[in-house]
Write a protein that binds this ligand. Structure first.
Ligand code: BV8
Ligand code: ZN
Length: 255
C-alpha cells in the first residue's frame, strides 16, 4: 500500500507546478485491458518483437505483424481508465501542459487530453510502402475485423503499414522535437507505466531531470531509472492518479 504521505507529496508538487508534463507507457493502459510488453505476462514473452514489431520483420513478412495486431484488437476497442481521465482533468485545471505517450491506443485523446505527443504513432493512418498511397484506419476496418492482411487498394501490394513506429524506424521528427522541448520546459515530470527501456523515448525523463524538473514515478514495479526520481509511487496507475488529481483539486479550491 502506498504511503498516503508520498501521494500527498506528489500531489503538492503537481499542484504547485508551472509546467507539469506526463510521460506514459503501456502500463497506463493495462487497466483498460491492453497487455503490456514486458513483465511476467508481457507480450514479448509470447511474440518475438523483431518478427512482429520491427520494420525489417514487417518487410520480410507483413502477415506476422498483422496477426500480432489482430491478437491485440482490443487495443483499438479498449476504453480509457481512471488514470487517463485523471491526467485529462489535470490538463483541464491548467496544470498539465502536455502528455508524451509511447502508446498507440489513442486512449489519452479519448479521455479528453488535448496536447498528446504520440512518439510511436498510432493506427489511425496507414501507408502503402510501395506506391505511397495514404489510407485512413476506416479504409481497412472491414479487413481488420475479418482478420485479413490488408492489400493496397491501388497497387495490390501486401505492404500496407500503419503509422506505428516499429523497431528500427525513426520516430516522427516533429513529435520528437516537441517532446524534447516539453521535457526541457517541465518543472514537474511524471512517468506513468513505463519500463523506460525503449529509446529514444526513454531519454526524455533524463532530459527533464537534467533541466531541473522534479521527477515523479507511478509504476507497478521499479524501473532501471528509479535513481532519477524524487518520488516513487509503486502501484496501479488507475488507483494512484485519481488520488493525486483529488489532492490537487482540493489544494486548488483552498488557494
Ligand atoms: C529507432 C510499436 C533509429 C508497436 C514499439 C538494435 C536494432 C535496432 C534498433 C535498436 C537496437 N538496439 C536498440 C535499438 C533502438 C530501439 C530500442 O530502444 N530497443 C530497445 C528494446 C533496446 N529503438 C528503436 O528501434 C526505435 N527507433 O531507434 O530508430 C533510427 C533512426 C533513423 C533511421 C532509422 C532508424 C523505435 C522504438 C519504438 C518501437 N515500437 N512498439 C506497438 O506499440 O504496438 S516498442 C514498445 O515499447 C511500445 O511502443 C511501448 O510503448 C514501448 C515501451 O514499452 P513500455 O511502454 O515501457 O511498456 P512495458 O511493457 O515495457 O512497461 C510497462 C510498465 O508498466 C512496466 O514497468 C510495468 O511494471 C508497468 N505497469 C503494468 N501495469 C501497470 C503498470 N504501471 C502502473 N499501473 C499499472 N496498472
Ligand atoms: Zn500501393
Amino acid at each position: 500500500m502506498i504511503e498516503r504521505s508520498s501521494v500527498e507529496i506528489a500531489g503538492r508538487m503537481i499542484a504547485n507546478a508551472k509546467h507539469a508534463v506526463f510521460f506514459t507507457g503501456a502500463g497506463i493502459s493495462a487497466e483498460s485491458g491492453i497487455p503490456t510488453f514486458r513483465g511476467e505476462d508481457g507480450l514479448w514473452k509470447k511474440y518475438d518483437p523483431e518478427e512482429v514489431a520491427s520494420i525489417w520483420g514487417f518487410r520480410r513478412n507483413p502477415r506476422a505483424f498483422w496477426e500480432f495486431s489482430f491478437a491485440l484488437r482490443n487495443k483499438l476497442f479498449a476504453e480509457p481508465n481512471p488514470a487517463h481521465y485523471a491526467i485529462a482533468e489535470l490538463e483541464e485545471m491548467g496544470i498539465v501542459k502536455a502528455v508524451i505517450t509511447q502508446n498507440i491506443d489513442m486512449l489519452h485523446q479519448r479521455a479528453g487530453s488535448k496536447k498528446v505527443l504520440e512518439l510511436h504513432g498510432s493506427m489511425s493512418k496507414l501507408d502503402c510502402l510501395e506506391c505511397k498511397k495514404e489510407y485512413d484506419w476506416g479504409d481497412y476496418i472491414e479487413e481488420f475485423n475479418r482478420e485479413e492482411v490488408p492489400r493496397c487498394k491501388v497497387c495490390g501490394s501486401w505492404f500496407v503499414k500503419p503509422r506505428v513506429v516499429l523497431f528500427g524506424e525513426p520516430l516522427p521528427r516533429d513529435v520528437l522535437e516537441q517532446a524534447i522541448e516539453e521535457s526541457r520546459m517541465a518543472d514537474v515530470f511524471v512517468v506513468v507505466g513505463s519500463s523506460l527501456v525503449v529509446y529514444p523515448a526513454a531519454e526524455l525523463p533524463y532530459i527533464a531531470k537534467s533541466c531541473g524538473a522534479k521527477m515523479i514515478l507511478v509504476n507497478s514495479e521499479p524501473t532501471v531509472a528509479d535513481h532519477i526520481f524524487d518520488v516513487k509511487l509503486y502501484g496501479k496507475a488507475g488507483e494512484i492518479l485519481p488520488q493525486i488529481s483529488k489532492i490537487v483539486k482540493e489544494m486548488k479550491q483552498k488557494s
